[in-house]
Design a protein around this ligand. Structure first.
Ligand SMILES: O=P(O)(O)OC[C@H]1O[C@H](OP(=O)(O)OP(=O)(O)O)[C@H](O)[C@@H]1O
Ligand code: HPA
Ligand SMILES: [Mg+2]
Length: 172
């Protein structure tokens, strides 16, 4: 077992997700919108966020991974599941749990910008700049985090802790 220290409570997360949902709904009102969940880490944030977005939208799922069982990026992104919806002419919102080095988001932006979407924007629950290697533009941010390896609310360490309702720092 590892020691966990709570850094963002379930209540704080739920409040912030609702605020983000309102903000996003205003931006896309009346526009064709596809919201993409980046598996696995974004699964809880995504499912709460889409329920607080009031404008009509489609959803789809993409699977990328680079951390494996480690707390540092392998710098190699495995892309094992693509979306199934055609995004041409539609606005795309990529939903992530965390932008850390930025490598994953840079990869996703390159992928989806190449597919003639009307726009491609990014929503992330957490943005951690201490280890940022690629500068990526993020449109909607839940919380800025200074440092530390985080688990819970979708985020894992070696596949553990994803189902916790709060965000916690892992003491390895
Ligand atoms: O900015 P980066 O340094 O690229 O890190 C962010 C990415 O790392 C995690 O995914 P991971 O590879 O752990 O896969 P997972 O979502 O299945 O946990 C996280 O969910 C992001 O997708
Ligand atoms: O802090 C983190 N926790 C879990 N997964 C991650 N992937 C990038 N950064 C993190
Ligand atoms: Mg992970």
């Amino acid at each position: 077992m590892h020691t966990l220290k709570e850094v963002i409570s379930e209540q704080e997360i739920q409040k912030r997700v609702k605020e983000l949902g309102k903000e996003i709904s205003k931006v896309y009102e009346g526009e064709p919108l596809v919201i993409l969940c980046t598996l696995k880490g974004a699964f809880l944030f995504f499912s709460d966020l889409v329920r607080s977005i009031t404008c009509p939208h489609e959803i789809d799922f993409v699977r990328v991974a680079s951390y494996g069982n480690s707390d540092t990026s392998s710098n190699t992104i495995s892309f094992t599941k693509d979306i199934e919806i055609n995004i041409e002419g539609k606005h795309v919102l990529i939903v992530e749990d965390i932008v850390d080095t930025g490598l994953t988001m840079e990869f996703l932006l390159t992928q989806f910008n190449a597919r003639k979407a009307k726009s491609v924007k990014v929503a992330t629950l957490l943005s951690k700049k201490a280890r940022r290697e690629k500068s990526v533009a993020i449109d909607f941010v839940g919380f800025y985090i200074l440092d530390g390896f985080l688990v819970g609310y979708g985020l894992d360490y070696a596949e553990k802790y994803r189902s916790l309702p709060s965000i916690n720092e892992l003491e390895i």
